[in-house]
Structure formats: structure tokens, C-alpha cells
Design a protein around this ligand. Structure first.
Ligand code: CP3
Length: 343
């Protein structure tokens, strides 16, 4: 029997105090993160510098004592390892060479050929397993195929994922081929994270909300189910968190359809709705609005208590509904944790 609280919640245990971690907990709101990123040079250099990536992963654990650490990396490193060009425009976000034709898809690497490029990420995981406190759970992750495909097809982030939807309509075979390649490569990538020491895996489908009807089944549910089935057959008992962000009604039954042990909830649904409709099937993670990390005060305390109360009757991992933003105040994070742990 493990004593790690996150692993207990993922097995379905209802704990008196929910374990807590935060998406983007290693990030620009922390001065020590900004200093280490400057030392590395830029964001991608930080991701591929195993010692410094481990260091920024550990910073919020030292400062706050979160119950989990999430590997410091990015969902776009996998397409880069498949042969896509990737860079970050300061203040704007990721840019990539586009993949929209059968020829461009065929020019990418095979799923099993990503490991050389990604070796520093596996090394970060190994360092973390050595250096994390024994009570802290290490979470590895990847992007879900649809979300990663939206960036590969558009060459950047988009508000409505228009280019990916357009390719899906115009050239279904190429679109499905991209999803297929990403599904297989994700299985390979995540397997090596587990071999290196990741204890839990999280699959980020940040743009799942723009898939409707049968598309949601085909491109959010089915790839997640395939990835989870493959991981669980290779690593029996491996706990997996799925995050089909802004899925709305699509959250209902998502754990059963995909085999995920936990579904992460964003802020587009209320905690009470998620408790009644999603937590009834097992563990949920979420869903304090990240704006409270900027605004703080009594409203933060009340909203934190409200999320704890809403999910108190079932297995729950406390988190934000999305990543903490660079303008957040580190003091507010401390206040959130104190409120969760002391009531
Ligand atoms: O949660 C964590 O801190 C773990 C590490 C992690 C990062 N990105 C670090 C990061 C994880 C799990 C991600 C996931 C990710 N990356 C997603 C899915 C989750 C989500 O946020 O919706 C997406 C869509 C990406 C792609 C990406 N990476 C974008 C669009 C951006 C730019 C936007 C931004 O926040 O600046 C990034 C950069 C990025 N990834 C940063 C961090 C800490 C900021 C980089 C910096 O230091 O300048």
C-alpha cells in the first residue's frame, strides 16, 4: 500500500484533505523559474537541459510542498522529435513548420524513432525520481493527438483550431494519418517516461472542446483509449489522468470510455456539476479558476473551500482548471494551499 496521497486518490480513496498540485506550477510567476530560464538561455534550451529542467520542476515543491511534481517539458517536443521545426516567438508562443499534405506526413519519422531527440527528457525524469521527497508523486505527460495535431497543421496556436478542422474536412486520410502517427509516437514517448520513473501519466487535450459529436468520439475519445490501453498493457496498474479540456457534456463517461483513472476538469463547468456527473465514476482533478491566483483575498479562500466541499464525497485531486498565469502572485498560491490543508 502506497502512502503517496495522489496515488491513493487515483485508486479511488476519499481522503480527508485532497492532495494538491497545479498545472504550470513551475512557471513564469516564480522569480526562481525566471532566473533558471535565463541561465538556460530560452524555454526550449531549458526543456532539453536535464539538470535545469529538474531544478525548475523542484522549485515549486521546495517552496510550497505540493503533493505532485510534473515533469518540466512541453507537449510540442514530441512533434519536434518526429522532425517538425519548432521555435518559440517571445511573448507570442510556439511556431512550427506545418504538416498538411500526405508528402509532409510521410517525411516525418516513425513512432519508434523519437527517443534519441527525447533522451534528455527521460534523463530529467531519472534525476527527479532521485531528488524528489519520498512523499511527492512524479507525473509525466504528453499532449493528446488532436491537440498536438492542431499546432502541427496550423504551425502555431489558434483560437478555434480552424486549420485542423479544415484539413479534417478536405483531406480526411492525411488528417487521420497525422492522428495515427501521433497516437503511436505518444505511446512510445510515454512508455519511456514510465521506464525512466514517471509514476502517473497525464494526457493534455487542451483543444478537445472544439471537437463535436462523432469527431469527439473519433479524435478525442478513441486516441486516448488507444494510448491508455497500450500503456496499461505495458505497465499494469499505471494511473492515468485525462484532460479533455472544455469537453462539457463530453466529460460524462470519458473515464469509462477511455480507461482513464481520473478526469481533469476545467473552469467551463461547475464543481457541483462535475461532482454529480463525472466524479460519480471515479477520481476527478480540478478545478479552481486560475484567475484567483492573480486576484487573491477572501474570494480566493471562499472559492478554494467551495471546490474542496463540492468534491469532498469522492476521490479528488485539487488543481486549477487550467495553468497558472505569469501575472499570478506567489503569495496567493501559498494561501490556496493553506486553505486546502487547514480548512
Ligand atoms: O504543467 C507544467 O508546468 C508542466 C510543463 C508543461 C508546459 N507546457 C511548460 C510550458 C506542460 C504540461 C505544458 C503543456 C502544454 N504546452 C499545453 C497543454 C496544456 C495547456 O496549457 O493547455 C500546450 C497547449 C502547450 C504548448 C505551449 N507551450 C504553448 C501554447 C506555450 C505558450 C503559451 C505560454 O504559456 O507561454 C508554451 C510555453 C510553455 N510551456 C511555458 C511553460 C512553462 C512558458 C514558457 C516560458 O517560460 O516562456
Amino acid at each position: 500500500m502506497t502512502d503517496k496521497t495522489i496515488l491513493r486518490a487515483l485508486k479511488g480513496e476519499v481522503l480527508p484533505t485532497p492532495p494538491v498540485w497545479m498545472m504550470r506550477q513551475a512557471g513564469r510567476y516564480l522569480p526562481e523559474y525566471r532566473a533558471t530560464r535565463a541561465q538556460a538561455g530560452d524555454f526550449l534550451s531549458l526543456c532539453y537541459n536535464s539538470e535545469l529542467a529538474a531544478e525548475v520542476t523542484l522549485q515549486p515543491i521546495r517552496r510550497y510542498g505540493f503533493d505532485a511534481a510534473i515533469l518540466f517539458a512541453d507537449i510540442l517536443l514530441l512533434p519536434q522529435a518526429l522532425g517538425v521545426d519548432l521555435w518559440f516567438e517571445t511573448g507570442e508562443g510556439p511556431r512550427m513548420s506545418t504538416t498538411t499534405t500526405a508528402a509532409e506526413l510521410a517525411a516525418l519519422k516513425a513512432p519508434g524513432d523519437v527517443h534519441e531527440k527525447l533522451a534528455p527528457i527521460y534523463e530529467t525524469v531519472k534525476i527527479l525520481r532521485r531528488e524528489l521527497p519520498r512523499e511527492t508523486t512524479l507525473i509525466g505527460f504528453a499532449g493528446a493527438p488532436w491537440t498536438v495535431a492542431t499546432y502541427m497543421i496550423a504551425g502555431r496556436g489558434t483560437r478555434d483550431q480552424g486549420p485542423a478542422h479544415a484539413l479534417k474536412a478536405a483531406d480526411r486520410a492525411t488528417f487521420a494519418g497525422i492522428i495515427d502517427l501521433l497516437t503511436e509516437a505518444t505511446i512510445e514517448y510515454l512508455s519511456q517516461q514510465v521506464v525512466a520513473g514517471a509514476e502517473v501519466i497525464k494526457l493534455f487535450d487542451s483543444w478537445a472542446g472544439s471537437l463535436k459529436g462523432q469527431d469527439f468520439e473519433d479524435f478525442a475519445v478513441a486516441p486516448a483509449a488507444r494510448i491508455i490501453a497500450a500503456l496499461k498493457s505495458r505497465f499494469p496498474g499505471l494511473p492515468i489522468i485525462a484532460f479533455p479540456r472544455e469537453a462539457g457534456e463530453g466529460y460524462v463517461g470519458f473515464a469509462q470510455k477511455t480507461g482513464a483513472d481520473c478526469v481533469a476538469i476545467d473552469n467551463s463547468v461547475s464543481a457541483d456539476w462535475a461532482a454529480a456527473n463525472v466524479q460519480k465514476d471515479g477520481c476527478v482533478q480540478g478545478n479552481l479558476d486560475p484567475r484567483h491566483m492573480v486576484t487573491g483575498g477572501v474570494a480566493l479562500v471562499e472559492a478554494t473551500r467551495e471546490v474542496v466541499r463540492a468534491f469532498s464525497k469522492g476521490p479528488h485531486i485539487f488543481n486549477l482548471g487550467h495553468g497558472i498565469t505569469p501575472d499570478a502572485d506567489p503569495e496567493n498560491v501559498a494561501l490556496m494551499i493553506e486553505t486546502i490543508r487547514k480548512g
